[in-house]
Design a protein around this ligand. Structure first.
Ligand code: PMP
Length: 417
């Protein structure tokens, strides 16, 4: 089968079919193989879903056992053994060691669903409307989460008021160094007419927005401002969380204490969809039964694979490996940037989310194709695709990582010709 079927029958929105003009047939670890048997190193990992790679053997085994035992695949609100086991394991591995008493809330399976729920809960808990979000932030494509998403290209077609969002510059954006202080002063000034917000919604590392890394100091300023005005401090850890930056949460070790944490993507481990918010009890109590429903809130397959994924975080060597491989990526990207000093390319990232900001979306699109031709997949991000974002599976073998970086370097040379 050739890819024309997608061109002719699928919606125009399927951009990746054009950028990766082949049909993938199987996948394992950090590689996908197409119908012709060509192998591709995957530096995209399903936009940060496949942190543990494709078809991880331990997850596969657990899923097969679950299916053979006729486990409850869909349970919605009822308790099942798989849901209980996941919840208990999450407490044991993630919450208890951090002394966190957050409640787990499942909702529809996407990150957007998690953000929507967080925004609703923040509004219910505070009786306020406005949410403060940040420039370059990405929080989803449904109308509520899209309102918080900064990128105008995504918002242009929404066709309804995307209101009750106040957008401040992110720390690393122009004006980002003074914006919080100015906003804080305005909140205290009755003549500004500003009402205190329901919540501040922030990514610790903005993934889609261009791999922009916030400093712990700035994040503390956001949290302090939230506390001072009785607003909630919400961290969207949907892409930067679950090991991506070298720790379970992207904010681990920073002394932050978010009221709500949104999780999705890699939480299901296998690409199995699941989203979950962690709500502080005093916030969570503002839900009333049935206040936030949704049919797909209890996917058995996601609980099974997601529980196995939690095992990675009981193994220090795994997270040390993430940091080492992240360093390998960063060093290599820096060498590439240094080899083109006149272009002003910038390398940034944390852990295994590393990026090369070429500032040139057209170049990056050519590069994506040159990489594809050589057997490497990646997705650009940032305004107009100006940033090459590399998010390989965290379990990638160092040799595959090195080979992928070699391909990137060769592709850059070809794309610049
Ligand atoms: N928040 C962040 C930080 C994300 O990166 C994404 C997805 N790219 C979302 C929310 C939305 O997740 P989904 O696409 O699953 O709705």
């Amino acid at each position: 089968m050739d890819t024309a079927v997608f061109e002719n029958h699928e919606s125009e929105i399927r951009g990746y079919c054009r950028n990766y003009p082949t049909v993938f047939a199987s996948a394992s670890g950090a590689r996908q193989v197409d119908e012709q048997g060509r192998s591709y190193i995957d530096f995209f990992a399903g936009a940060g879903v496949l942190n543990f790679g494709h078809n991880h053997p331990a997850m596969k085994k657990a899923l097969i056992e679950f299916l053979e035992a006729d486990g409850v695949a869909h349970s919605l609100d009822t308790y099942t053994t798989t849901k209980r086991d996941f919840v208990e394991r999450f407490h044991e591995v993630v919450l208890a060691p951090r002394g966190m008493d957050h409640r787990l809330q499942f909702m529809g399976p996407t990150g957007s669903n998690a953000v929507e729920a967080a925004m609703k809960l923040a509004r219910a808990a505070t009786g306020r409307r406005e949410i403060v979000a940040f420039s370059h932030g990405f929080h989803g494509m449904t109308l509520g989460s899209l309102a918080a998403t900064a990128n105008d290209a995504f918002r242009r077609w929404a066709g309804v008021p995307l209101e009750n969002i106040l957008r401040l510059p992110f720390e690393t954006a122009p004006g980002g160094d003074t914006a919080l202080a100015e906003y804080a002063a305005a909140l205290k000034d009755p003549s500004s007419g500003l009402l205190p917000p329901a919540a501040f919604l922030v990514e610790v590392v903005q993934a889609e927005g261009g791999v922009n890394v916030a400093s712990p100091d700035w994040l503390h300023q956001v949290q302090d401002l939230a506390r001072e005005h009785g607003a909630l401090f919400v961290i969207d850890d949907i892409q930067a969380g679950i090991g991506r930056t070298g720790s379970y949460f992207s904010f681990d070790g920073m002394g932050l204490d978010p009221d709500i944490i949104t999780l999705a993507k890699g939480l299901g481990g296998f690409g199995t969809p699941i989203a979950m918010n962690l709500n502080k009890p005093e916030v969570d109590r503002h839900w009333s039964p049935g206040a936030h429903t949704g049919t797909f809130r209890g996917q058995g397959l996601s609980f099974v694979a997601g529980k196995v994924a939690l095992d990675f975080f009981t193994d220090d060597a795994f997270l040390e490996g993430v940091l080492e491989k992240g360093e390998q990526m960063r060093t290599r990207l820096q060498a590439i940037a240094d080899a083109h000093p006149d272009r002003g390319w910038v390398v940034r990232g944390r852990g295994m989310m590393q990026a090369l900001d070429t500032g040139d979306g057209a170049l990056n699109a050519r590069l994506q194709r040159e990489c594809f031709d050589r057997g490497l997949l990646f997705g650009p991000c940032g305004s107009g695709g100006r940033v090459i974002k590399l998010i390989p599976p965290l379990i990638i073998e160092p040799d595959d990582l090195a080979e992928g970086l070699d391909i990137l370097e060769a592709a850059i040379a070809a794309a610049l010709e």
